[in-house]
Every structure is written in C-alpha cells, then in structure tokens.
Design a protein around this ligand. Structure first.
Ligand code: ATP
Length: 624
C-alpha cells in the first residue's frame, strides 16, 4: 500500500506520432476491408447528393408550371436515390463497424497481452490502479468511440467533402459562399483542440490516479484503520477526486464554448449562401431551382459538420486513451532467453547482490549466497532485514541494482524473465485463487497435466482428501463467485501447483505463516513434500521451519551475518543461537501467563500475540 501523498511514477503515455504509427500498423493488415468500406460509402454518399439537384429541378418545373405529370420522373428518381443511399449507408456502416471491431480486438489483445508481460517492478512503482484503468476504462473509451463514433464520423466526413464538390458543380460561387463559414470553423476547431487535448489527457491521468487510490485505500482498509490513516487516505481521495472532477468540468466548459462558435459559423455561411443565391438568380446566372439545390446542399452540411466536429470530442478521448495503451509498449518487454538457455541444475548463486526500493536506502547490500542443487535453505532475520526482497530478486520479480543472480549456472539476465519463471517458482503469502474449477486452477501451472497428474500433485501435498470432499470434487468452482477456500486451502493449492509446475528451484515466502497452528503444521509438512527433489529457499517466519532446513542463513539489514546448519549456528552461540534460545524460552515459560506458541499461533495475530521474537525479530510467537 502506498504512503498517502506518495507520488507514483505513472506508466508512460505515447506521443501523437507514436499513436498514429501504431494505428497505421494495425490497419495495414486490413487494406481490402478498408478500401471496400470507403468505396461503398463514397458511392452511397455520391448517390445521396443527387437529392438536392432533383429537388431543385422539381422547383424549376413548378416555377415553369410544367404540370404534375412532369414531376413523375424526378419523384421516382428521388425514391430510387433514397433507397440506394440508405442501402449503401447501411452496408458501408457495417463494413466500417467490422473494421473498427477488428482493430479494437487487436488493440485489446495486443495491449492487454503487453500489460500482462510488463516488468512487475515497473507496475508496482506505478501502482496497479494505473494499469487497471488502462486495460479497463481506456479500452472501453476506445470501444465506445469505435462503435458509436467511427461509422458516423466516416459518413459525415465523406458527406462534407462530396457536398462541397456538389456545390462547386452547381456554381463555383456557391462553393465560395459556403466556404466563408470555414475560417470560423477552422478557428473554432483550433481553439477547441488546443484547450481540450491537454484537459482530456490530464483527465485520463487523473482518473487513473483516482482509481489507483481507491484500490489502495479500499484494498488496504484494515491497515488504514489499524494505523488510523483514515483521514490521510480520505484527504488524498478527496484531492484526487476533486482534481478528476475539475478536469471533467473544464472539458464540458470547453465543449460549450466550441458549439457556440460553430453556431456563429453556420449563421455566416447561411447568410452568404442566401445572399449569393439572390444575386445569382437576380442576374440570371442560375435558376431558382439551382439556388434552391445550393441552399439545400448547404443546409445538409449542418448535421455532418456538427457531427464531425462534435465527434472530435470523442476522437480526443479515444486518442488520449489509445496513447495510454500504446504507451505501455514503450516499456521494455520481458526478455526472452536467446537460443534455449536453461539452468543445468537447481543451484542458485547470488554475487554481490544489491537492491533498493528508494535511492539511497539499500535493502540488500552486496549479498553473496550459494545454494547447492537440492539443498533446503532457510532465510531468517528480523522484520525488514530483506528476506522477502532477496527472495523476489532471485525469483526475478525485481531486477538487481548491482551484482548477479545465476540459476543452475546461467546468469538470470541471460535466461530472461520467462526462463527465470520456468526455473523458479515463488509462493508468497498472497496466494491468488483464480475463478473456475479447482482442477483448472491447478492446471495454470501446467495446462497439459492429466487428471491423474492433478490428483497426484494434490495427493503429494496432502490436499486430495479435502479437495475431493468439496461438493463437485475437483470440478468445484472456486475463487471469485465460487466456493470460498480458506487461506490454508489456498496455500495448499499453491503448493500443489508448485508440484505440477515442477521447477528446479522453489522459494516459499510466508507460505505457512498465517495459517494458524494446526493448519501451519499441515502446511509445513505439505511444503516439505512439495520441495522434495528440488532446491528450496524458505523465508522462515517460524523458527522450527529453519531448524529442519539443511542450512540456515541469517540476514540483518540487508547483509548475511551468519550461515550454517541449525546445530552449528546454535553451537556457535551467535545471533541465531540467541534467537533460538529466545524462542525456546518463550515455549517453556510463557511470559506473564501468555499462551504457548502453538496456541498463540492459532489466535488472530492482533489478539494477544504478535509474531516475532522477544527482541522484535521474526520467527516465533510471544505475547505483545
Ligand atoms: N515495495 C516496497 N517498496 C518500498 N520499500 C519496501 C518494499 N518492500 C519492502 N520494502 C522495504 O524494504 C525493507 C526490506 O523488506 P523485506 O520485506 O524484504 O524484509 P523482510 O525481511 O522480508 O521482512 P518481513 O519479515 O517483515 O517480511 C523494509 O524496510 C521494507 O520496508
């Protein structure tokens, strides 16, 4: 959870040129569909333009008193024109919508896939809310524009161009009169774009920040309450909400100003058309019918011009959202291993490893650690010593700021993110159970696993019995909206997934710490079985976990201060021995009648017990 007031390094946003280049690349594969859609729409709009001259012709026939029979042909033609235009508009709009949907699907797939492959470190730094708002609200803004605005925009733009051509065909002076409105329109659009683009971009950023803050404050509500951060978080939410609201209101203000300017342009254009018509009819250059057709043409421009300019509003929003999606590709993608490099075994070698979350505050300081293939090493140390950070750097969640990690003799940088993930599985306390049948959740680790293999994995960690006892056995829908698993059951599943994934190296961080005493013991046994045959690095939050490991590594302030077997370290009488003695004492003589560790562990962490040694280090349970 972020500290209130902390500024996040939001994910990058693409420039206009980068967004256009991305759009061009996406359209490149659909040239035929684009060409057909444009042709049908041009044909339909062209035919539709015959309406005004036909009506003008009818006016001339009436002025010349040619009788009602003379009107038959133009009237029939008007009906044909209306039908052809309607059919072409329907087919053209469908084709444009299909093109839009195809591109939209590509946007969704490409950028969401990209979002899922972003370096976790960068997503963490930006806050997951920013990423969530890009792949949810930004994608829906684009979808809305593509569905509602794109067909209308295309039709309107074509109508404007072809109507201007029609005016020129009637008489070039009509075109000149119509174009008198243009300078005001151009100035209005420039006025609007200059003001609206930054407001929309800022509004999207502000919405992302607000969404992130909501996730942060609501997701971490327990911590917020526990540390009485309510006020700070409420203030921050109010501040972000106010900033999003002000920007939205600013946008509405700009739109209103824009439309009043467009009305002025319409007034100027119409006045010019009527004046030109009057003069041209007066001096005999054109008939009344032609002047009528020109006025109808100009009038028919109102809607498409307004629609096009109004849709610029949607295009702006969609453009800002698209730029935020394209911006994701500016981040380096995960590296893939060149030419099938794979670790030779399960050994881990960490050399001079350094890491810091904030500049100048090192969390790991030149850590050197070698773990043999198949060895089980327990990481022990006070809270904040850097155990989780070390685990995450080895698992590839964070990139080292100095030094190297090598897995099975291959540098992790050479293995690439995917290679590291194949070599190492990290199980942390926040185990996620995906919505769906339990067996499918397990198959995430190995999609091709047979039913037998799934059962064997569950059985190996001792979870088969309770899993089969669920209402629908392994087909029981678990996760969001399904059967709610306990924390211990979710961790059990995570261990079974580890067995299925079968990596040479496994890292367990707090995998058993929160499960309560009975559950913790079951999970500890499950963890031992899951680690069989692979290298295990266990962040030991309970000292017995360390006591049974092949080797114990004690971390203090980002440095390894002791390493050896449990017996060696106890005999050496150093820091670990002190921790062990403190833990053993706390078991024998509960202070002031405090509950014994087993009972303590079964109680809620904030009841009477706190996790940690008497000296404040992690790993045991004493009374607070
Ligand atoms: N995402 C983060 N951003 C900033 N600082 C962090 C982050 N995660 C951990 N830290 C800080 O880094 C230091 C080491 O944390 P780490 O979680 O690695 O320690 P630990 O030994 O695993 O502690 P614990 O036993 O409490 O989990 C701590 O000071 C912690 O506050």
């Amino acid at each position: 959870m972020s500290t209130p007031g902390a500024d996040r390094a939001l994910l990058p946003t693409a420039s206009g040129a980068e967004s256009l280049a991305a759009l061009r690349t996406m359209l490149r594969g659909h040239r035929r569909l684009t060409a057909t859609a444009v042709t049908v729409l041009v044909a339909g709009t062209g035919v539709g333009l015959l309406t005004a001259p036909l009506l003008g012709h009818i006016v001339d026939l009436v002025v010349e008193r040619r009788g009602s029979r003379a009107l038959t042909v133009p009237l029939v033609l008007l009906i044909v024109v209306a039908l052809v235009r309607g059919a072409a508009a329907a087919v053209g709009s469908t084709l444009v919508a299909r093109l839009g949907e195809t591109v939209l699907a590509a946007v969704r797939e490409q950028f969401i896939e990209r979002a899922l492959r972003l370096p976790l470190e960068r997503v963490e730094a930006a806050g997951s809310g920013d990423l969530v708002s890009r792949v949810t609200s930004d994608v829906s803004v684009i979808a809305k524009s593509v569905r509602q605005a794109l067909p209308e925009f295309t039709r309107s733009a074509l109508t404007i161009v072809l109507t201007l051509v029609g005016l020129a065909v009637l008489d070039w002076r009509f075109l000149m009169a119509a174009l008198l409105a243009m300078p005001v329109q151009v100035l209005s659009v420039r006025w609007y774009l200059r003001r609206a683009a930054p407001v929309y971009a800022e509004h999207r950023v502000a919405t992302g920040a607000l969404q992130h803050q909501l996730l942060d404050s609501v997701g971490g509500v327990r911590t917020v309450r526990a540390f009485r951060l309510n006020r700070a978080h409420t203030a921050l939410l109010e501040q972000r909400s106010a900033s999003a609201r002000d920007l939205a209101l600013g946008g509405i203000h700009i739109v209103t100003g824009f439309f009043s300017r467009l009305n002025l342009a319409e007034y100027i254009g119409l006045a010019a058309m009527l004046g030109a018509g009057f003069l041209l009819v007066d001096n005999g250059s054109v008939s009344i019918g032609t002047a009528t057709a020109a006025a109808l043409y100009f009038h028919s421009l109102f809607n498409p011009v307004n629609a096009t300019l109004f849709l610029i509003d949607d295009a702006q929003s969609a453009g800002a959202s698209f730029a935020r999606l394209v911006g994701l590709s500016k981040l380096p993608a995960e590296q893939t291993a060149p030419g099938g490099l794979a670790p030779a075994d399960g050994s881990v070698k960490v050399s001079a490893l350094s890491y810091a979350y904030a500049a100048g505050v090192p969390v790991l300081r030149k850590v050197d650690l070698e773990v043999r293939g198949g060895e089980r090493v327990a990481l022990v140390g006070a809270s904040g010593a850097g155990k989780t950070t070390l685990a995450k750097v080895i698992a590839g969640v964070h990139e080292p700021h100095g030094g190297t990690v090598s897995l099975g003799g291959v540098d992790a940088a050479e293995l690439g993110a995917a290679g590291v993930r194949r070599a190492v599985t990290l199980i942390s306390q926040e185990v996620h159970v995906f919505a769906g049948p339990l067996a499918e959740d397990l198959r995430l680790a190995r999609p091709e696993a047979t039913d037998e293999e799934v059962r064997a994995a569950l059985s190996r960690v001792g979870a088969l019995e309770w899993a089969q006892a669920l209402t629908d056995g392994l087909d029981t829908v678990v996760g969001e909206g399904g059967h709610r698993l306990t924390v211990a059951q979710a961790q059990h599943l995570a261990l079974a997934r580890l067995v299925l994934a079968d990596p040479p190296i496994a890292i367990l961080d707090e995998a058993t710490a929160d499960a309560g005493s009975a559950g913790a013991r079951v999970l500890e046994e499950a963890a031992l079985r899951a680690l069989e045959g692979r290298t295990g690095l266990v962040v030991a939050h309970r000292l017995p976990q360390a006591a049974t490991a092949d080797r114990v590594v004690v971390l203090d302030e980002g440095r390894i201060v002791e390493t050896g077997s449990h017996d060696e370290l106890v005999a050496a009488g150093g820091r670990y021995a002190a921790l062990w003695a403190a833990w053993s004492d706390s078991r024998r003589e509960p202070v002031d009648g405090a509950p014994a560790p087993e009972r303590c562990a079964a109680m809620p962490a904030d009841a009477q017990c706190t996790r940690g040694f008497p000296d404040g280090t992690g790993g045991g349970f004493v009374r607070s």
